[in-house]
Design a protein around this ligand. Structure first.
Ligand code: ATP
Ligand code: MG
Ligand code: FE
Length: 350
């Protein structure tokens, strides 16, 4: 099926077009530069940027794919989770196009999309799929028997998300926003064993599949403050490398453990933090050692984009899942277990 996907949950206006597992277009307009001076995404600024970028980005994607909107089999859109005002722009645009073109509308979950995008890279997902989802707002181990309808959380962060920790540590080091890519870069020049930062929830009595990154973030901040107080230079590359190692060590160890415990022979890693070069390398090493096949999309498909939404939409169409009704709501706190949102008209009367 030929499906167009719209993503506006945060600061990326993404429009992707896929045919089944084949990526035809991936157009992204980002407002990240407008947020940088505030040190984080400003919701109102993001919403306005989406509004300006929406139609041109859709047109760019159609042109890139060389298809006509009339040929689409469906229009998919991120219905949540994310920033409410930002989501509304994408959902409204998707409804307008679906209504005007007479195409089915699919409101889908942003997190399931971060997993499903790997079909564009490595073909059909195994069933069940074991996924480590690591992004700006989430860090979870998920087992998905069916990515279009059944996603089960095994564990999640009890405080900060991994990406959030990268962003906060970058701020402490004065490296700007977003923090992930710049810490990744600095860490290449640093020693990952220079400083022994804590590995959260790694004790024998701790929950096996849950994560915690708040203590690590505080430990890094304290370490840096102590150096500054003593008038010493802060070895930015070593701090970045040691912090990053603490994050990816825990993520990969728990993910491999989850695969082993559940008898799953592969691991999918998705979300913005999956773009991290050290996470990719360590996961490859540990999966190889454990006889687990690793599936990670290329970095550009890990961070937010429209292709991932189109990928999940196409899978919904292929499996004959029900479309959403045109009263589809955006849900800023959509749970990971709700892979799609039906719309009010499909809900039973109260
Ligand atoms: P969610 O998907 O949970 O709703 P989000 O959509 O805002 O959150 P993503 O776009 O999936 O998040 O990921 C953004 C996060 O990924 C940011 O925290 C960013 O710092 C982080 N990130 C991006 N590239 C890298 C990298 N190379 N290394 C580490 N982190 C990275
Ligand atoms: Mg982003
Ligand atoms: Fe995301």
């Amino acid at each position: 099926p030929l499906v167009l996907g719209i993503e506006t949950s945060c600061d990326e206006t993404g429009v992707g077009i896929v045919r089944g597992h084949t990526l035809l277009a991936d157009a992204v307009a980002s407002s990240v530069d407008e947020h940088a001076r505030y040190g984080g995404v400003v919701p109102e600024v993001a919403s306005r940027a989406h509004l300006e970028a929406m139609v041109p980005t859709i047109q760019r994607a159609l042109k890139q794919a060389g298809v006509s909107a009339r040929d689409l089999d469906g229009i998919a859109v991120t219905a949540g989770p994310g920033l409410a005002g930002a989501l509304l722009v994408g959902v409204s645009a998707a409804k307008a196009y679906a209504y005007a073109l007479g195409k089915p509308l699919y409101g889908v979950n942003h997190l399931a999309s971060h997993i499903c995008v790997d079909q564009l890279e490595h073909g059909a997902l195994p069933e069940p799929t074991m996924a480590l989802l690591v992004s700006g707002g989430h860090s979870s181990l998920l087992l998905a028997p069916d990515i279009t309808s059944d996603v089960r959380p095994l564990g999640a962060t009890i405080d900060d998300a991994a990406g959030e920790a990268f962003d906060k540590v970058a701020r402490v080091l004065g490296l700007g926003f977003p923090g992930g890519p710049v810490i990744d870069r600095y860490a290449r020049e640093g020693d990952p064993e220079a400083i022994a930062f804590p590995r959260g929830l790694s004790g024998g009595r701790d929950p096996i599949y849950d994560f915690s990154f708040s203590g690590l973030k505080t430990a890094v901040a304290r370490w840096v403050e102590a150096r500054r107080r003593d008038g010493q230079d802060v070895p930015v590359a070593d701090v970045a490398a040691s912090f990053q190692e603490a994050v990816v060590d825990v993520l990969t160890r728990k993910a491999v453990r989850a695969c082993r415990d559940n008898g799953v022979d592969h691991l999918m890693i998705g979300g913005g933090v999956a773009a991290n070069s050290r996470l990719r390398a360590l996961a490859e090493q540990r999966c190889t050692d454990a006889g687990i096949r690793l599936r990670v999309p290329r970095p550009g498909l890990c961070t937010d984009n429209g292709a991932m939404v189109a990928a999940l939409g196409a899978e919904m169409v292929a499996r004959g899942r029900a479309a959403s009704t045109l009263d589809l709501p955006a849900d800023s706190s959509l749970p990971v277990t709700d892979v799609s949102v039906p719309g009010y008209a499909q809900l039973p009367a109260p």
